[in-house]
Design a protein around this ligand. Structure first.
Ligand SMILES: NC(=O)c1ccc[n+]([C@@H]2O[C@H](COP(=O)([O-])OP(=O)(O)OC[C@H]3O[C@@H](n4cnc5c(N)ncnc54)[C@H](OP(=O)(O)O)[C@@H]3O)[C@@H](O)[C@H]2O)c1
Length: 301
């Protein structure tokens, strides 16, 4: 039986696909996706939530589903249209995925559906675990609706894991891929006071957590996809600078990023001291609990 990955062509999805034996992906451009992975994927299903319902090929049997698709949050200004796409690609996309799964004669045992630590909003110095209530800003509302779109699966007896993903650190995408060239020029710096906590995770640990959540039947509901040691932005800045062996002297004021990036900049200044309580309790073994070791690994790999 196969594992279905939505958003399999993305930064996290691509890494996950490499770790799977029998993987089916969905994509808005299935032909490109198939040629990107070749024989690594069993098949690529053409699906764009804006074009209509997801239809699975007859006879498809799924052991599990990993739902990762969504309009990128950190690229482009948050215009009204962009915010609509950020929300609808996740909420309407997940609703269509859920509907298709519920129509299967034999449903998968588990669906691991991405969410984000954005659900907690700005929490200052407070330690945040999976029991912390959702906030009510734009990203928190998106995450709440995204998670709620999976409720019919739970009601149908499918195990649902809601992976609240932190800032994923890897070479091939996400925030770090954008920061590394700046730091390599010696132009990196902390954001504002640098006191805000960053809930980071090494991409290998995130992929490891997805596989762990699939394999362990006792894992269900919200799971923070973050490293055990969130660090302040100033510590992360020093760690990136040390990894690339360059100084990071100039702090970047909030108003500068606000004028460059618009509303998205606010999320870079939110403090989120998130801990992966469920992963601790259920025994996930982190490969990269330490930020400097994680960054050295990424930069030197
Ligand atoms: N990376 C992070 O630091 C981070 C942090 C927190 C949460 N997350 C969440 O984790 C998931 C995976 O992250 P990622 O970094 O791998 O994302 P990504 O690289 O941006 O990839 C997401 C995939 O979603 C599909 N997609 C993009 N825009 C879409 C749209 N408007 N409508 C429908 N599908 C669209 C694309 O697949 P096709 O082009 O093949 O259709 C794309 O490959 C995302 O939902 C993201 O919000 C990521």
């Amino acid at each position: 039986m196969s594992i279905l990955v939505t958003g399999g062509t993305g930064f996290v999805g691509s890494k996950l696909v490499h770790r799977l034996d029998d993987c089916v992906i969905t994509s808005r451009n299935a032909e490109n996706a198939k040629s990107k992975f070749g024989t690594e994927v069993t098949s690529a299903i053409q699906w764009d939530y804006e074009q209509g319902q997801l239809v699975f090929p007859a006879g498809l049997q799924l052991e599990s589903v990993v739902n990762l698709m969504g309009e990128p949050i950190g690229e482009g200004r948050w215009t009204t249209q962009k915010k609509k796409r950020i929300k609808e690609s996740r909420v309407k996309g997940t609703e269509q995925l859920v509907k298709a799964i519920l129509q299967m004669p034999q449903k998968p045992e588990v669906v691991v559906s991405a969410s984000a630590v954005g659900i907690y909003g700005h929490c200052g110095e407070e330690i945040v675990d999976e029991n912390t209530p959702a906030n009510s800003d734009f990203l928190a509302n998106v995450c709440t609706a995204w998670e709620n779109a999976t409720i019919p699966l739970k009601e149908a007896g499918v195990r649902v894991v809601l992976l609240r993903i932190g800032v994923v650190l890897g070479k091939d995408g996400g925030a770090l891929a954008k920061l590394l060239p700046v730091f390599r020029k010696g132009a990196g710096g902390r954001l504002g006071s640098g006191k805000q906590y960053v809930p980071w995770i090494h991409i290998d640990d995130l992929v490891g957590m997805i596989l762990w959540a699939i394999q362990n039947q006792e894992i269900e509901g919200p799971v923070n996809g973050t490293a055990p040691n969130p660090v302040r932005n100033s510590e992360m800045t020093k760690a990136i600078a040390a990894a690339v062996r360059r100084p990071a002297l100039l702090p970047v004021p909030k108003y500068v990023l606000r004028s460059l990036l618009g509303e998205f900049a606010d999320s870079l200044f939110a403090s989120q001291r998130v801990v992966p309580e469920v992963a601790f309790r259920r025994g996930y073994q982190f490969k990269f609990p330490n930020i400097q070791v994680a960054l050295n690994n990424i930069v030197n790999s």
